[in-house]
Design a protein. Structure first.
Lengths: 116, 748
């Protein structure tokens, strides 16, 4: 369709004669933001072009790591919370009875007092 | 490939993801929290009790079962962390199940158990509730109430599929009836028990114990016992072969043997054993397990079928009614936290309780606070020639004994270093420790040949081995007041740790080679060192120790090599005694002369050893000297020395030889029997020799045989004179006499 043809131009002017463009300021605000609000809005609607492969890989890595942390580390940390009882070993040394874990910890500390 | 995205959409997406992650975390958290709450001690007793109070009827019962019944607490032989006695066993096992749920004492449980029994259904937990209540009422002196509780629970169970567990209730009722001497009830209950379809060995053992009590008290064998005996015989004969059932069979045979012995011995008189278990200062061991264990049961861990098991009441009191004659030891069952910082002082008589039908026996136990050690402690490194051991004085102590300990490759070894110390500190020369005999041990790793443990050979001369020490305080009568060894079962380990390193000397090349386990090479090096320097007493003493170790590994059947080793050792010992006279070296020389029957030489070395020996206890020396005197025909002096030995030695290890001497002298059994009864042999912990019973058997065996005493006297003479072939020669006519002389080989 050729808008320069007199018939078409006339018909379009006729049909659009009732319409008035009143948001000139808004459009200018968006295209040439001057106020802080306009700048913020521009930033909010800014389009980014992101490379899919590196970001996808990073996300995959993150979720795998998070899953592994939960699956491997967390259950270990919460192991002593499981069950109604836990096993603890007693030993007799130098004529007394001790919890093995406590004695070993303390003796290691006595031998290397710097390691606190 | 790229995507285009607005920042706001990225922000919305991230927010959504964050919300999701947080939601997951918070959803999971409550689960974890609940798990932690009920197990990691975050939930207190008060919280549990409040929870129970607030719950609805059904939930209430579930919570009571959950917190107060669903554990081992009903089976006293498994309910506690440790089963301990004053001498020997300080703890049972090693690995302990530490409860995470709040632990309620029996006293605290009682109102809830009563409610459970009243309102609960007919599940097996009702048995647990009833048994615990029965223990409680026995402790409070209300056996009727205990019996009623059990009967009530049993009635409830009768109409339920869990009826099979009611045997336990029946058995406990029977035990209460026996304690009350309500024998009609006892017989009725035993018959009910025997009628049960699946009576296991443990129940049979328990019934036989109860009926044995009846037999002894009444002096008559009840019909039920005869029935039981024939049932047992049948059961034994039905068991064919196979290892699994062999154990079962042995157990049944043990029961019948014990019964036969009781029925045939016609002993009478039961004893009520009672007492209190306390801590010094008056705090009772409330609701603690008390076990009067038979001598026969000491060689296995605590078992449910052992007849005398009870709980103390809130005041720490316990009682066993109608205990049959025999030898017993008292054990208690406790949880780790109850004994932390305390010790149960050793008893002079080894803690044996002999019951011979006396009406009552009192056995009180008082735990004492641990003796506090001052120096050297906490892995201190000692480099001075003199070591000062110091500890906090104990009120009322007349003297102290100091012991040292060593870690070995497998296990540990210990020595009493100094006895009768009158002040709370003592100085020991490091040098003296190096020449101390620490016992030589050997171990075989895997299936290999046993090899000497270098740590045991080096003893206190090892500058890299951690040593420990302990002190015990005694009153003027020789009763132990307290000691440093005991229970240190919390995070701060209750004070100073009794460990130190002795680094006064420098280890030689030979020492280092020995530590590497190259025993032969090390021996060659010690020998080379000694050859280079004939004053090198250290190397000389290591050669003597290595020869001692070699002799130990030889075993039986290598007499020639043993004689060679001994001769070399004796020659070296004489040189050693010149360089550094110690009691141990003279003792070894005395032993060598003893074996050669060179009595004058023996006596000289023995006297030299005695002069250097700092130990208070001379019972072993007196005993061996008595045997030497006996061999020389000096019977009177021998008897006096034996007497001195057995009077000072709680284990009466030489009593067998003393009895033989008495038989050789008198030709009769009367005096020997009196000795056997007065000084029971407690040398072997698990399997002591019962000389008194053996002499009784011999007396029975002798009746009607005129030649018996002549044979006996002749053999006793041969024993006294050391004519091995003659006294070991068995007659086969007199099995009890043969057994007597066979067991004499173990004396000494």
């Amino acid at each position: 369709m050729d808008l320069n043809q007199p018939n078409v131009k006339r018909k379009l002017d006729e049909e659009l004669s009732g319409l008035r463009f009143g948001d000139r300021q808004k459009v200018l605000g968006r295209t040439h933001p001057k106020t802080r609000r306009d700048r913020l809005r521009a930033l909010w609607n800014k389009e980014l072009e992101l490379p899919v492969v590196p970001i996808g890989a990073a996300l995959l890595l993150f979720f795998t790591a998070a899953f592994l942390y939960r699956a491997v580390l967390q259950p270990k940390a919460s192991l002593p919370h499981g069950g109604t009882a836990f096993k603890r070993e007693m030993i007799e040394e130098g004529g007394s009875v001790y919890w093995k874990d406590v004695l070993e910890r303390r003796l290691a500390l006595d031998e290397n007092p710097d390691q606190n | 490939m790229k995507i285009r995205i607005k920042i706001k959409h990225l922000a919305y997406g991230s927010g959504l993801l964050l919300a999701f992650v947080l939601a997951v975390c918070f959803m999971a958290r409550p689960v974890q929290y609940m798990a932690g709450a009920d197990q990691a001690g975050t939930e207190t007793k008060e919280q549990v009790l409040r929870e129970i109070e607030a719950a609805g009827a059904q939930e209430k019962l579930r919570l009571i079962a959950e917190y107060m019944l669903k554990d081992d607490s009903v089976d006293l032989s498994r309910a506690f962390d440790m089963y301990i006695e004053s001498n020997g066993m300080m703890y049972g096992g090693g690995v302990v199940d530490v409860a995470r749920k709040p632990v309620f004492s029996l006293g605290e449980k009682v109102p809830y158990l009563e409610r459970y029994l009243k309102e609960g259904g007919s599940d097996p937990d009702i048995v647990s509730a009833a048994k615990l209540l029965a223990y409680y009422y026995q402790g409070t002196g209300e056996p009727e109430k205990a019996a009623a509780v059990l009967a009530d629970a049993r009635e409830r169970l009768n109409s339920s599929p869990a009826a099979y567990v009611s045997d336990e209730l029946l058995l406990m009722q029977a035990k209460i009836a026996a304690g009350q001497k309500q024998y009609d009830t006892l017989l009725k209950l035993c018959e009910d028990l025997m009628d049960g379809t699946a009576v296991n060995e443990d129940i049979l053992a328990s019934i036989s114990d109860l009926l044995a009590q009846y037999t002894i008290d009444k002096g008559a064998v009840p019909h039920a016992l005869e029935q039981l005996q024939s049932a047992l015989e049948q059961k034994i004969s039905r068991i064919q072969s196979g290892q699994a059932v062999q154990i079962q069979k042995e157990k049944l045979v043990e029961i019948t043997d014990r019964l036969k012995k009781i029925v045939s011995s016609r002993t009478t008189g039961l004893t009520d054993v009672s007492g209190t278990i306390m801590k010094a200062g008056g705090e009772p061991f409330a609701y603690t397990g008390v076990f009067l264990r038979r001598e026969d049961d000491l060689n296995h861990s605590m078992a449910g079928f052992e007849p005398y098991q009870a709980l103390t009441n809130g005041k720490g009191e316990y009682a066993f009614k109608g205990v049959v004659p025999g030898r017993y030891k008292l054990f208690i069952g406790v949880n780790a936290s109850e004994v932390n910082g305390w010790t149960w002082p050793e008893q002079r008589d080894g803690g044996w309780i002999d019951l011979n039908g006396q009406g009552a026996a009192k056995e009180n136990v008082t735990f004492q606070r641990l003796l506090e050690l001052k120096t050297p402690v906490n892995n201190a490194v000692l480099k001075d020639q003199t070591i000062t051991f110091a500890w906090k004085p104990v009120q009322g102590a007349a003297y102290y004994d100091l012991s040292l300990g060593l870690k070995l490759r497998s296990g540990s070894s210990g020595n009493i270093i100094r006895q009768g110390i009158s002040s709370p500190q003592v100085q020991i020369k490091a040098d003296d420790l190096y020449y101390m005999y620490t016992g030589i041990s050997a171990s075989s790793e895997g299936s290999g040949q046993p090899a000497l443990d270098p740590l045991s050979l080096l003893g206190y001369a090892d500058t890299e081995n951690r040593m420990s020490w302990s002190v015990a305080a005694y009153d003027a009568e020789g009763r132990m007041l307290t000691r440093s060894g005991g229970y240190r079962l919390d995070e701060n380990l209750t004070g100073n740790l009794p460990f130190f390193y002795l680094k006064e000397r420098k280890m030689t090349e030979a020492d280092r080679t020995l530590l590497k386990g190259e025993i032969e090479k090390a021996e060659a090096m010690y020998r080379a060192d000694y050859r280079r320097n004939p004053d090198d007493e250290y190397s000389l003493h290591m050669i003597i120790k290595l020869l001692e170790g070699k002799r130990m590994l030889l075993g039986a059947g290598a007499k020639e090599s043993e004689d060679e080793l001994k001769a070399e050792q004796a020659a070296l010992l004489r040189q050693m005694a010149d360089l550094r006279p110690t009691a141990w070296f003279y003792d070894l020389l005395a032993q060598y002369s003893f074996e050669q029957a060179k009595w004058d030489e023996y006596l000289r070395y023995d006297e030299l050893a005695a002069a250097l020996d700092t130990s208070r206890d001379t019972s072993y020396r007196d005993g061996t000297r008595a045997i030497a005197l006996m061999r020389q025909g000096k019977w009177e002096a021998a008897a006096a020395s034996f007497q001195k030995s057995v009077e000072n030695d709680p284990s009466h290890r030489f009593i067998g030889a003393y009895i033989a001497l008495s038989i050789a002298g008198s030709g009769t059994l009367e005096k020997a029997m009196a000795l056997a009864e007065k000084f029971p042999d407690r040398m072997m912990y698990n399997t002591p020799i019962h000389w008194d019973e053996l002499l009784q058997d011999m007396k029975r065996e002798s009746s009607g045989d005129k030649g018996y005493f002549q044979t006996l006297r002749n053999r006793a003479h041969s024993y006294v004179q050391g004519k091995e072939k003659d006294w070991k020669h068995s007659s086969s006519y007199f099995p009890a006499m043969d057994r007597f002389f066979k067991l004499l080989e173990q004396v000494g």
